[in-house]
Design a protein around this ligand. Sequence first.
Ligand code: NOS
Ligand code: ZN
Length: 345
Amino acid sequence: MGSGVDKSVLRRLPKIDLHLHLDGSVRPQTLLELAEAEGLTLPAADVDRLLPFMRVEGDCPSLVDYLSKFDLVLPAMQTAYSLERIAYEVVEQAAEHNCKYIEVRMGARLHLQKGLSLDEVIESFVTGLSRGEATYGVKARGIIICMRNHAPQDNLEVIEAAARFMERGVVAVDLAGPEDGYPPELHQEVFDLAKKHGLPFTIHAGEAAGADSIYGAVVKLGTNRIGHGVRLKEDRDLLERVRAERIPLEFCPISNIQTKASTNWETYPIREYFDQGLLITVNTDNLTVSDTNMTKELAVLTDHFQFTLPEMEQIMLNSVEAAFLEKEEKRQLHEEIVKSFAELL
Ligand SMILES: O=c1[nH]cnc2c1ncn2[C@@H]1O[C@H](CO)[C@@H](O)[C@H]1O
Ligand SMILES: [Zn+2]
């Protein structure tokens, strides 16, 4: 198997990661230090022993099981200092894999447990991203997540807060969390408000639930992008519409297998969708929880799906098209990707 792409080349390729959760990407060493400073109890006192509690190991039965991993880190993400630091370190980790542009997402309401306001949470987050961008030269923007299991009323406040940061690094909003039992339509009003503010959005759909969930996101809510969308092939008409409208799919291969969006690589539809002309992008989802990075994700493409370097370049250019950036910023990013690939090929 494999398409003969040299693994050392994969790390050096220029990359874009559009689907990356802040709380799923905390370094274990950072969690240890934050817990120590804040007097929080952890199940282990060193990195090696802590890691199994932070990432999915072996078989993970479902998305709900996967999401339980986030309970461990959230208590240590309740201060301006920790949010700023973790955001900065996500940019640092992206730089290690030659990412040129990343969109990092966070559920603002998950960080209110120690008295921070929504605005303070978002402020700390975008400050960390900009400090990371200034240090590492990785362009970093923020997406603010509404949780599907939170009341729409609470999510309306999240949208209002996100809108106040549109000039300071927030480029979009999202809907995440447990998919079964929480169809996108529950939050129709929330995303209508995002539209009113001119805030684009992406919706997690077609990961744990089927094509109905993607239908809700695309047809009812009018989403700009789809988080995952793996199960799109269950509705051929909808697939055709997503293709024709060039609605990007944010695939996260390693996470998608862990959460059982597909049971194995044989049934994972990335090659099929790519060849059909869907706007496929490849992303990490959660660096720590999924024990991944962009180099590993690209290795999956060569090892299991025989993607060639020019095809990987196309995937990165799809990400440029899908990015929540202004036209001129996209033009520059496009140029940078093409130039770096030309130097490496
Ligand atoms: O793959 C995913 N699907 C759905 N929800 C997710 C995924 N990864 C993380 N989160 C959820 O988003 C919250 C904010 O980052 C996390 O706390 C987790 O509940
Ligand atoms: Zn996600």
